[in-house]
Design a protein around this ligand. Sequence first.
Ligand SMILES: C[S@@+](CC[C@H](N)C(=O)[O-])C[C@H]1O[C@@H](n2cnc3c(N)ncnc32)[C@H](O)[C@@H]1O
Length: 271
Amino acid sequence: MPTPPAKITAGTVRSDFNDPVAVVHYARAAHFLGLWESERVLIGRFFPDLTAHLLEAGCGAGRVTLGLWALGHRRLTAFDFAEELLDQARHLAAERDAIGINFLHADATTLGQCHLLRDTALENAWRSEPGFGGALFLFNGLMQIPGRENRRAALRELHAVCAPGAPLLFTTHDRDHSPTERALWRLEALRWEAGTQDPRLVEFGDRYFEDETGRTFMHLPDRAEILADLAATGWTHEFDALRHEIARESRAVREFSDECRFWVARKPARA
Ligand SMILES: C[S@@+](CC[C@H](N)C(=O)[O-])C[C@H]1O[C@@H](n2cnc3c(N)ncnc32)[C@H](O)[C@@H]1O
């Protein structure tokens, strides 16, 4: 009997992001696309303090990092576990004279093991800020972590390095966002019941596909799943909305990325 293909792991995702096809795709977006209008609106609304030290998870080639810099945020730490993308981000920052951005190689699910990141959070404590003043995990990076427990681990790790009161902004897809989407997921549910789903997938809601931008693993949650994950990891839900409800995006942005749901959660302030 042939052995079933291996399940997708963090290693699969990391090597897919380090693949030259993906690197070119994300580097191009960092150079030429920049922040989406919806991101600009929500960053302005939830991260108004330009002096806060922000942590950007899954920074890739620096599309959001350099966007934050252009908005006037000067205390930025950004990390990714894909070294090739991180390299691109460092080069772009140098090219734009964005000196002082801290780029670190780290895995969101094990941030506590990254000494430099822990030290940066501690350094904030010496400035009487116990942790980062806010965190961002944009363009669905959190959902590219296979396994719900691992996504919760990432949420817990971000919570641990953020200061009380800090906001967390991230995006996900939404399995329920349109009738077509709902119909497709009903079909996928039947495949899972029959055991005929793609054997590489870890959980219902996962997708693994290949197109001209490379291979992509993505978990698509429903709204209830994210609300439960936030509650389980210490974050208080503050806001969520579909992208088209926040801003009208340019054609370039719509071609780069499909509809998603934006989430803002907050680490509760100390009583
Ligand atoms: C869709 S890309 C977005 C990149 C960039 N933020 C942007 O918007 O162009 C998701 C990013 O999350 C990173 N990522 C996924 N899982 C990660 C993990 N466990 N730890 C750190 N980075 C991770 C990937 O390497 C990738 O760079």
